[in-house]
Design a protein around this ligand. Structure first.
Ligand SMILES: NC(=O)c1ccc[n+]([C@@H]2O[C@H](COP(=O)([O-])OP(=O)(O)OC[C@H]3O[C@@H](n4cnc5c(N)ncnc54)[C@H](OP(=O)(O)O)[C@@H]3O)[C@@H](O)[C@H]2O)c1
Length: 266
């Protein structure tokens, strides 16, 4: 199926690794010029080079989205070759703190990186989408937004904020040709998640091999109907659909890609 994305320009924040890297690579394979973003030039270059080797087009934008200055720099670099048609707000971070150890300063940090980063990029890039009369804002959210766990309360709450702001934005974009939607991953196997699970595996008694650890984690932490963790490419596929003109009539929606981890009908 032709996703009709050829010639578009996309900024994928936090695309030096993990979900963002998979999203950047899939959009590039669909003919999108992708702006690979992160704070680390070496990692950004590696992803951009891999895209170029595969025959795609990639540029780089570097900057810390937890600050206004960083966001200014990223927006300027991203628009050097033309306006951005597709903004994927993916940059974010998570940890393994709990209600005792996640102190208010940590909550502020988490909001800066996970929520205000998106607000900053929306405010810098959506005005030109409005002018062009077409655009996409895709927010990476997560199942923990609506089904929080006892751990990482600041992170759970930051995901809820992402979902909420994306729907508010959709309403604000009425009649503009620009849509705002959410892709809500379950637990997805990226290097950072693998590292975290290997670290906590002994305390849960999940076993030694990766297969044992994944199976123990799915059983105890993220039971789902498919019986495994998700893969980054599965998130990228949902983003590519929402980015495409095939999704012109979809706005303010959430696509869950979680194997059925979230149990509710709506
Ligand atoms: N993996 C999952 O299971 C899962 C599930 C639900 C939601 N999510 C969400 O999906 C997104 C990606 O997750 P991931 O697992 O792929 O994470 P990851 O592997 O840790 O990658 C995070 C990306 O965000 C960038 N980043 C972090 N802090 C930044 C900052 N202050 N300014 C600019 N860039 C920053 C990192 O870039 P540099 O370090 O190179 O600067 C990196 O490219 C996150 O927002 C996460 O909340 C993930």
């Amino acid at each position: 199926m032709d996703l009709k994305l050829n010639g578009k320009r996309a900024l994928v924040t936090g695309s030096t690794t993990g979900l963002g890297e998979a999203i950047a690579k899939l959009l590039a394979a669909e003919g999108v010029t992708v702006i690979v973003h992160g704070r680390d030039a070496k990692r950004a270059n590696a992803v951009a080079e891999a895209i170029a080797i595969a025959g795609g087009r990639a540029q780089i934008a570097l900057g810390d989205l937890a600050t206004d200055e960083g966001a200014d720099a990223v927006a300027a670099q991203a628009q050097e070759g033309g306006a951005i048609d597709i903004l994927v707000n993916n940059a974010g971070y998570y940890h393994h703190l709990n209600w005792t150890t996640a102190l208010p300063d940590k909550w502020i940090d988490t909001y800066q990186v996970n929520v205000l980063s998106a607000v900053r990029m929306i405010q810098r890039l959506v005005p030109s989408m409005r002018e062009l009369g077409w655009g996409r804002v895709i927010q990476i959210g997560g199942g923990l937004a609506g089904q929080p766990i006892p751990m990482q309360p600041d992170y759970n709450a930051s995901l809820a904020a992402r979902h909420n702001l994306a729907v508010s934005l959709a309403r604000d974009l009425k009649d503009s040709g620009v849509t705002s939607n959410i892709v809500a991953p379950g637990a997805i196997l990226v290097p950072a998640v693998k590292e975290l699970l290997e670290k906590i595996a002994p305390q849960h008694g999940w076993g030694e091999t990766w297969e044992e650890i994944e199976s123990g984690c799915v059983r105890d932490m993220v039971p789902n109907d498919v019986g495994r963790l998700g893969r980054p490419e599965e998130i990228a596929a949902a983003v590519a659909y929402l980015a495409s003109p095939h999704a012109d009539y979809v706005s303010g929606a959430t696509i869950r890609v979680d194997g059925g981890t979230i149990r509710s009908a709506f």
